[in-house]
Ligand binder design. Structure first.
Ligand code: RP5
Length: 160
């Protein structure tokens, strides 16, 4: 199976990003996590992105806060799907990050999840990889069934 790259702009993003890592582990998806900054280590961002496909990655999750250019910069250097994860790390409640990530120019898409949406970033990455992995597709089916059962259970409790 291809690996997922989980890139964060700062180690201060890890508390949120760990939610994505946890979910990837639950789906048994191989991953690598790195701190790479679009602003503080731009050369590392370029090097990582340019070599990501040849290094066995299938999807890149890029998490950043404030003027969050990381996902866009990575997307500029690779044709792999990039999922942007906005982090709430400023006085603007993450809206600055969300807009920085989602508002990409035509030709360079970043699939953006909600502010702090680490879980969905990992699930979306899993869904992309499941296109070429039947076992992973089955685990996703199971995940959906369990989620539905949990909701039905909660509804039953409300009625009792
Ligand atoms: C962004 O700036 C990072 O992704 C982080 O969310 C934010 C603050 O970084 P630190 O100053 O905490 O390292 O680039």
């Amino acid at each position: 199976m291809k690996k997922v790259a989980v890139i964060m702009g700062s180690d201060s993003d890890l508390a949120v990003v760990s939610g994505a890592i946890k979910r990837l582990k639950s789906f048994e998806i191989p991953f690598e996590a790195h701190v790479i900054s679009a602003h503080r280590t731009p050369e590392a961002a370029e090097k990582f992105s340019k070599s990501a496909r040849n290094n066995g990655f299938g999807v890149i999750i890029a998490a950043a806060g404030k003027a969050a250019h990381l996902a866009g910069v990575i997307a500029a250097y690779t044709t792999l799907p990039v999922i942007g994860l906005p982090i709430k790390s400023s006085t603007m409640d993450g809206l600055d990050s969300l807009l920085s990530i989602v508002q990409m120019p035509s030709g360079v898409p970043v699939a953006t999840v909600a502010i702090g949406g680490a879980d969905n970033a990992a699930i979306l990455a899993a869904q992309i990889l499941s296109l070429s992995d039947e076992a992973l597709a089955s685990r996703l089916e199971e995940f959906k069934k369990n989620m539905a059962s949990a909701v039905i259970e909660k509804d039953k409790k409300l009625q009792s």
